[in-house]
Design a binder for this molecule. Structure first.
Ligand code: PEP
Ligand code: MG
Length: 570
């Protein structure tokens, strides 16, 4: 292959340009031969398998703890969930049963994971969509049994890095969270993966680390080690054989980005002074320090379901109250928008199962639908929120997920008032029905916040967990921009606020377009705030409007992005 002057195209999922020689991480653990039998006694073989699984679980937890400062909660939560998979008692029983029947530990682990995977696939979409994480745990356990380097302690973070300390572009079929979490962002110029989608763990962790990333990039794994490439995490273009001058310019850009990301500066506003509040998305108190450090003006999305995951019952009132008060205390005088429990679909909770098996959980009882079935859980959460906010310095606002129409919005507003929360009541616009009839919805509430991740999923009919459909989850899709425009217009006409708290807000150029469409606040991962603040500050409100008009006039996401960028400064 003539590896110069070519381009590969994928989906840009983490902003910025990164350049350097390719370093591939394609290690795959070979499947143990079918029917492989154990050599030793069953007891010893069972102990070998159990030790390997425990070693993997401990290693994953350890990686989560070590990742804490770099990739934050995103990594820790994912790795803790993987450790739970390795320690699952049902899996251990299945492995033991297969070893008892004569199988080798390696094959028993392989087959038990296979059975387990099918069981999980049948149990719900979230777990089916996490098959990559499950496969990673399986491969780590098999590698540990074989004494292969892919096992505990191995991974690209620990392998030898290219000489000379030159930053490299990490290329892989997919990256497991355990591999990504420990990478040193000052050594990795960019990630490129063949698999994955905008909401895959690779994408989420890349954004948390502040490393440019392109996923769903066909052909990437065939690039030769050492090939110089230029990766644009905004457009998804990977340029092969970039010149030395281009590589230098990209490195300078990366250095500027790193410098900018450590300087929090004042409230968000356009170049001509139109205020755009820049808020942070958090999953719990552990994320607050990063939000404050990034200069967030408050919290625009507190994903409270993370407090409820992996439990048999909801956290008690004092625990909830503490977790909410921590966020309110972190932003004296600021806004803290707490989303009530968004359970179901990709975030199933053990104590809130759907009433019957759902063929399409994303279209089933999730979000506010689940809360209507369990009003006691909502009431408990709202009571805890009201108590946490009493006498505090920050302004508590609450919002409901997955609201379909005005009746659901009014139901939620009533529940809030019953709990003593009378102002700052909002709903998320995540369904096309809510965007189309936002005019009716804003009558019942004080603000709306657009969840572009789910709005894209439902508008394009493309499951956000499926990497192969990444093209259809692009928030630049003009249809999505139209839905945002409808919502922002309706809110603006009613004199109510309209935020965006989906991943779209973290893209600096798209953030300007959203402002041009009438959005009044942007909430995103803390890492993204400095770049978004800079982009918004470089453009006037009129430029943002012009970019929005140009983007909506385009027929495709790619053309919308190009048209908007042409209208924007920087
Ligand atoms: C969204 O859907 O855009 C959103 C912000 O909510 P979540 O990603 O938690 O579903
Ligand atoms: Mg959502």
């Amino acid at each position: 292959m003539a590896d110069t002057g070519r381009e590969l195209r994928g989906t840009g999922v983490s902003q910025g340009v990164g350049a350097g020689p390719v370093r591939r991480f394609l290690a795959q653990v070979a499947e143990p031969p079918a029917g492989e039998l154990r050599v030793g006694a069953a007891d010893a073989e069972r102990a070998r398998a159990a030790d390997a699984l425990e070693a993997v679980a401990a290693d994953l937890e350890n990686r989560g703890l070590r990742a804490g400062d770099r990739a934050g909660d995103a990594a820790r939560d994912v790795l803790a969930a993987q450790a739970l998979m390795a320690r699952d008692p049902g899996l251990a029983e299945e492995v033991a049963r297969r070893i008892e029947a004569g199988g080798s530990a390696e094959r028993a682990v392989y087959d038990a994971f296979g059975t387990y995977r099918e069981m999980l696939a049948g149990a719900g979409e979230y777990l089916a969509a996490r098959v990559a994480d499950l496969d990673d745990v399986r491969d780590r356990a098999i590698a540990a049994l074989r004494g292969e380097p892919r096992g505990p302690g191995a991974g690209p973070a620990d392998a030898a890095e290219p000489p000379g300390g030159e930053p490299y572009v990490l290329v892989a079929r997919d990256l497991a969270p355990a591999d990504t979490a420990l990478l040193d962002p000052s050594r990795v110029a960019a990630f490129v993966t063949e698999e994955g989608g905008p909401t895959s763990h690779t994408a989420i962790l890349a954004r948390a680390l502040g490393v440019p990333a392109v996923v769903a990039c066909a052909g990437a794994a065939a690039l030769a080690d050492g090939t110089p490439v230029l990766v644009d995490g905004a457009t998804g273009v990977v340029r092969i054989g970039a010149s030395a001058a281009e590589l230098r310019a990209a490195r300078e850009d990366a250095a500027r980005r790193r410098a900018a990301s450590s300087v929090p500066t004042g409230p968000g506003a356009t170049a001509d002074g139109r205020r755009v509040a820049l808020l942070a998305n958090i999953g719990g108190p552990k994320d607050l320090a990063a939000a404050v450090d990034a200069g967030a003006e408050g919290i625009g999305l507190y994903r409270t379901e993370f407090l409820f995951l992996n439990r048999d019952s909801p956290p008690g009132a004092p625990e909830q109250e503490d977790a909410y008060r921590a966020a309110l205390d972190a932003f004296p005088g600021g806004r803290v928008i707490v989303r009530v429990l968004d359970a179901g679909a990709d975030k199933p909770l053990g104590f809130l199962p759907p009433p019957s098996p759902e063929p399409n959980p994303a279209l089933g009882e999730r979000g506010v639908r689940m809360l209507r079935r369990h009003p006691d859980v909502l009431a408990g959460q709202l009571d805890a929120l009201a108590r946490a906010a009493a006498g505090g310095g920050a302004r508590l606002e609450v919002m409901a997920p997955m609201v379909a129409d005005a009746a659901e919005a009014a139901w939620f507003a009533d529940a809030c008032r019953e709990a003593g929360i009378r102002t700052g009541i909002g709903v998320m616009v995540e369904l096309p029905s809510a965007a189309l009839r936002a005019r009716d919805i804003v009558v019942a509430v004080d603000f709306v916040s657009i969840g572009t991740n789910d709005l894209a999923q439902y508008a394009f009919g493309a499951d956000r967990q499926v990497g192969a459909l990444a093209r259809l989850q692009d928030p630049w899709g003009p249809a999505l921009l139209d839905l945002v425009a409808l919502t922002a217009d309706a809110a603006g006409d009613a004199g109510k606020g309209c935020g965006v708290c989906g991943e779209a807000a973290a893209d600096p150029a798209l953030a300007c377009v959203l402002v041009g469409l009438g959005v009044t606040s942007l909430s995103m991962a803390a890492m993204a705030i400095p770049a978004v603040r800079t982009a918004v500050a470089r453009n006037t409100a009129a430029q943002c409007r012009e970019a929005a008009v140009a983007a909506r006039a385009a027929a495709t996401a790619g053309d919308a992005r190009a048209a908007a960028r042409a209208a924007l400064t920087g």
